[in-house]
Design a protein around this ligand. Sequence first.
Ligand code: ADP
Ligand code: MG
Length: 709
Amino acid sequence: MNYKEESVLIESDISHELDTLFKPKSIAIIGASSKELSIGNVIIKNLVHYGYTGKIYPINPKEPSIRDIKAYQTIFDVPDDIDLAHIIIPSKFVPQIIEDCGKKGIKSVIINSAGFNEMGEEGIALQTAFLNKAKEYGIRVFGPNCQGIINTDPDYKAYCDFTFTFPEPGAISIVALSGGVGAFIMQSLFDLEIGMRYYASNGNACDISISEVLNYYGNDEATKAIILYTEGFHDPGEFMKVAKVVARKKPILAMKSGRTAEGAKAAASHTGSLAGVDIATELIFEKTGILSFTNEEEMCQAAKAFSTQPIPKGNRVGIITNTGGPAVIATDELVHAGMQIPALSEKAIQTLQQTLLPEASIGNPVDVVATGGGIHFRSALDVMMNEEQIDSVFINFVTAPFTDTNEVARSIVEVNQQHKKPIVCNFMTNLSLERFQETAKILKDGGVPCYSFPTTAAKALGALYRYHLVQNRHIGEPKHFNDIDKVKADSILNNVKSTGEFLSSEQVYTLLSAYGIPIADWRLAHSMADVVKAAKEIGYPVVVKVESKSLVHKSDLGGVAINLKNDNEVLYAVEKMKEDFIEEDLRFLVQKFLPGGKELVIGVSAQKDLEPLVMFGMGGIYIEVLKDVVFKLSPVTRVEANEMLSSIKAAKLLDGARGEAALDKHSVIEMILRISQLVNDFPQIKEMDLNPVMAFEDGAFAVDARIKI
Ligand code: ADP
Ligand code: MG
């Protein structure tokens, strides 16, 4: 991000525009109804039930009161100012009502009504009409076709929604386009006894966007973590800008949906489809530092830890248990999440030997044994908190019937409230027994995130650690190469008239050369004599390939002859190709034969409304079978290019396996960066495959490439 962008964001940071939406002091319900089961009734019921602290003004032309609250015929009859209006009337009346709201000085509206952009031409016209009015009067619109917002702050208790979950105040804020998903996440947090701060589900999101809500949450001190659910982005560029800034301040947990078997099957012959269906969303999350989840329950369980715990300073976990097995299960999951269970220091071991029961097992994990009580847990906890090589603590606590479990719980809570290092607890108990209910309550009230499976608890701790990585990941700026010939590249690309077309090999290789991408020496030839002349110039051994606009996978058709060592071999190969290929524009590409390299692939696929994706992986003719490729959203930085090389499955092969020499990774990374710059300079490039790139100990060269514009 450059300096200018950053300053713009800092300015937008201090916006209070959404205050009348999230912190309304008075709310009008336009379309209030006395019908029990109507939205215009339920919203009033919810506001009252939840204890809304402001004034409620039902608007209804006929009824004198609704749910025992005085109603007004129009908003103009309301004697006071109104901050927020719910609009629950047929869509065709909405433009007029927005104008009225403007005249009344209302600053925010939630349009629950449907019947706009989702309904075809007539709806689109209505939406445009009300948006114009809103703009004229400076009204911010939430929705339409949406649920609304909830603010659990005891000062407001604004339940501007028709859902049925009444959350406890807390530190997690939710933003979801889909009301259905938003509602079940809210319900899950409630069931898991996790407090919520704000809720927002904005349906069509015609004005106030997900990005804007995200920014608002980012600036809300009481929001410790954000849960985000979206199926797409209206403006991915804007979203990325905001998400980057907010994710630095607090964790954003997001669901990635659309991971279907069909999506995987769609992976076919080129970069675009190898990317699958939702790779772009995943890459947006990665680039901005959003924690992506593929399981909604795991995400909610992680939110539980985020809502009370600090972020660990590293990946080293201390495990305290009073029963063996579950700690083993947890260890597996923790290690899987990239964490370590280091040995304890000499000093720590001595302390534990002096304070724990003789039968305790001292080390990491430390087993205080089932007969261990509050003081033993406390001692182990203190040791972990003071250990320099421990960053977080995993507790496995079974409520053994022969210990004072409340005492144990109180010890855990006391240490937890020091907020020195994050703690998660796998709590094994029987909650139908009153005695243990009390223990559970002590832990809950003390802000200890408790789980009923060791793996779940370990995954939650893993999520805290993932956020530590996000906070410490600095991808840097994309490198800008100056030794390129942009004018030449421009003239090549502007010569290609029709879109959807592949460039000729000549154009491809000239273009790549203009951007400093090394390619195997090549010549194009027509006649037999030309081919032999070209081969001599390049120097044997050479490769000969058929060249025609209509030929894509040349080697499948016998159109690639490699390792040709002399004139005769070249002539023989060309004669054979002339027999097999009848293309009118048939020519021959003569190329230097580069034996013994590793075959890699670098590719590009353009995205709608988004920067192109860059792909890297193991290449060659088996690419579709191996599918060992990774993607990044361009522009790719050096740090990201490095990550690409180290994150493919065959990463170790690049470093040289079984006595082989390591590849020249630097050259490969340079190539990725140059390709990234090329596609960012020329957005008309829709697809590009350098397959294979032959990589050696000292250098890497493209030997086959396709570009589609
Ligand atoms: P296509 O992808 O159209 O089938 P390629 O030009 O990629 O054709 O060639 C297919 C395979 O031939 C490559 O994967 C590589 O193994 C080999 N090959 C092609 N060109 C060269 C070259 N210049 N040096 C060494 N091997 C090559
Ligand atoms: Mg190829």
